[in-house]
Design a protein around this ligand. Structure first.
Ligand code: G6P
Length: 586
């Protein structure tokens, strides 16, 4: 949700920041801008549209210190004026987050004679810094931050100075420490190949970055120490590697992500078991795809480990009358570890005494600072906005945890073969005809029972995200309570059937849809289901496997389907309109 980067060194700031913004674009891509200090003067380029639009103008910027921004609009439409950086006097600022009290602040600044150019909440920040500036940029930023309510990761520069000042509250900032240069950025990928070490800021921290130093302060302007860590972002993992899109590249990386996650779980297994086994209730939470992984986690824990479990959207859980208590364990699933709703839900449950376990792909993220224990998801950098390999790896992490608690060694063995199962699924997948059907359909509905229902929800989300085709996911049993009214020759219903015990019931739902003249497809691991519908519906067969492992095969098939449809419809699967990968605002 907006990417920010700052650079202070001796290289060409415009080029370096431009390159960093390209790597942060998955956080938002509706407009972008760069400000550099060149000969003491501030030069700015900004534009609506993708970062690439700055290609030529960024090269022309001189100077060796500057800040950049790629935007996901919250306040004000995505146009040139609302693009960051925002300026007041000699101050330029980029901001990620949401200033909740911006309207009051703006009013009082305007009453004092300030003029605003944009509709953004962010523009109050340079105005406040300008107002408080008395020769010390850090002090002015600290005073500004004391006025702000909401979330911010902000970077400020001032004409005539050689420093960047950063401030952080509830939106991520990391410092990148290099040789004769230093950085600050929203995320590690922006710093891949640029610096060997990083330092993660915490809420309430401020930092002053120059070519030769990166110093962290508290709000009293006292220096503080934050741990210095190796920069694990690899340039290589951020390239397309010969694939046309990140989505297809990352989809093929699912086997490795699952393998690495299952291996890594071995190292935390005992700690996870002791953190969770005392709980008399487990609540799973997350947003988007992570919530769909949470739904599977609920099933795994309840059915395999016999622990009562529930799943709730994080955006709902954070406003629920809390039913989390001392004996509750909240399992928060989040790829980025920064999703505002998930982090806030975890903070709230922690205040009620719950134990917090984070299942995350981001070891230095906000969720890990709240959590009592972290279950690593080892998917590596995921650039495509629509989650693929991280979902598979989240499933593997949750299943590993449930199996550890249940001592089910047979299934654990099968899980260790899941990477091969996913590869086999992708290699043998014949989904092209189904993709053509989806692309033609007026609406596409995904149906399943039990575990297959959770997978159906994710299949539906994936297709919507990257193809913009309307539809939904429903439990097969609900078909006759509403969704059947949607069925006609122009709609496609896709049934996921991998649970033999529930297959008879699911097949009845398929029959009910067929008899209403709807287009029907069945995705199944079960030979008898294949046999029954092979001549009457589009059937996609997956390798036979245990129903608890089947979501891994089905997920890859559904992700591939969504990808194909996006390609047929000429959508950009990596950057769906209006979306962003890391949603750090409410
Ligand atoms: C956004 C992304 C989704 C992701 C969701 C949760 O909506 O576009 O792909 O599933 O956020 O993100 P998280 O980082 O918490 O898993």
């Amino acid at each position: 949700m907006c990417g920010i980067i700052g650079y202070a060194g001796s290289g060409n700031a415009g080029e370096i920041i431009y390159d960093g913004l390209l790597k942060l674009e998955y956080r938002g891509y509706d407009s972008a801008g760069i400000a550099v200090l060149d000969g003491g003067k501030c030069a700015i380029v900004k534009s609506a549209g993708r970062v690439k639009k700055l290609n030529t103008s960024a090269q022309l910027l001189g100077g060796s210190i500057g800040i950049g921004h790629t935007r996901w609009a919250t306040h004000g439409k995505p146009d040139d004026v609302n693009a960051h950086p925002h300026v007041c006097g000699k101050i330029a600022v980029v901001h990620n987050g949401e200033i909740e009290n911006y309207a009051e602040l703006k009013k009082s600044l305007m009453d004092g004679g300030d003029k605003f150019l944009s509709q953004t909440d962010s523009e109050v920040i340079p105005h406040l810094i300008n107002k408080f500036y008395c020769g010390d940029l850090l002090e002015a930023v600290i005073k500004c931050a004391s006025m702000l309510k909401g979330s911010y990761a902000l970077l400020a520069i001032r004409e005539g100075s050689g420093e960047i000042v950063a401030a952080k509250n509830r939106s991520p900032v990391i410092l990148g420490l290099g040789e004769n240069c230093n950085f600050c950025a929203s995320d590690e990928p922006a710093l891949a190949g640029k610096c060997p070490r990083i330092c993660v800021l915490e809420d309430g921290d401020f930092a002053v970055i120059t070519k030769d130093s990166a110093t962290v302060y508290n709000s009293k302007k006292q220096k503080i120490n934050r741990a210095v860590l190796p920069n694990s972002a690899k340039e290589q993992s951020l390239s397309l590697g010969g694939y046309p899109h990140y989505m297809i590249k990352e989809l093929w990386e699912a086997p490795a992500a699952v393998k690495n996650t299952v291996t890594a779980f071995g190292e935390v297994k005992n700690a996870v078991c002791s953190a969770i086994c005392g709980a008399d209730k487990i609540i799973f939470t997350g947003c988007g795809t992570a919530y769909h992984a949470a739904l599977l986690g609920k099933r795994y824990f309840a059915e395999l480990a016999g622990i009562p479990a529930e799943a709730e959207y994080a955006g709902e859980l954070r406003y629920d009358k809390l039913y989390a208590g001392k004996n509750t364990c909240l399992i928060a699933v989040t790829q980025s570890g920064e999703t505002a709703d998930t982090v806030e839900a975890a903070i709230l449950c922690k205040k009620s005494g719950a134990t917090i376990a984070a299942v995350t792909n981001s070891p230095h993220s906000a969720i890990t600072r709240t959590a009592d224990i972290t279950v690593p998801v080892c998917a590596g950098a995921e650039i495509c906005v629509a989650a693929t390999k991280s979902y598979s790896a989240q499933i593997a992490a949750l299943l590993s945890a449930a199996l550890a608690l249940s001592q089910n060694t047979g299934l654990a063995e099968e899980l260790s073969n899941a990477p091969a199962l996913i590869s086999q699924t992708l290699q043998n997948l014949d989904i092209y005809a189904l993709a053509e059907m989806c692309a033609r359909a007026r609406g596409v509905y995904f149906m399943g029972r039990g575990i297959d229902y959770a997978v159906a929800l994710e299949g539906s989300l994936k297709l919507k995200e990257v193809s913009y085709i309307a539809g939904g996911g429903y439990p097969s049993g609900e078909l006759k309570h509403g969704p059947l009214a949607l069925i006609d020759g122009s709609t496609l219903s896709i049934f996921i059937i991998t649970d033999a015990a529930l297959s008879q019931k699911s097949m009845e739902a398929v029959e009910q849809t067929l008899s209403r003249g709807g287009m029907v497809a069945v995705i199944t691991t079960l030979p008898h289901v294949h046999k029954r519908f092979e001549r009457r519906a589009e059937v996609v067969t997956l390798p036979e496997c245990n129903k608890y492992i089947a979501p891994l095969a089905a997920a890859s098939a559904l992700q591939f389907l969504a990808y194909r449809v996006a390609v047929i419809l000429n959508r950009d699967p990596d950057k769906p309109r209006n979306l962003a990968k890391s949603v750090t605002v409410e």
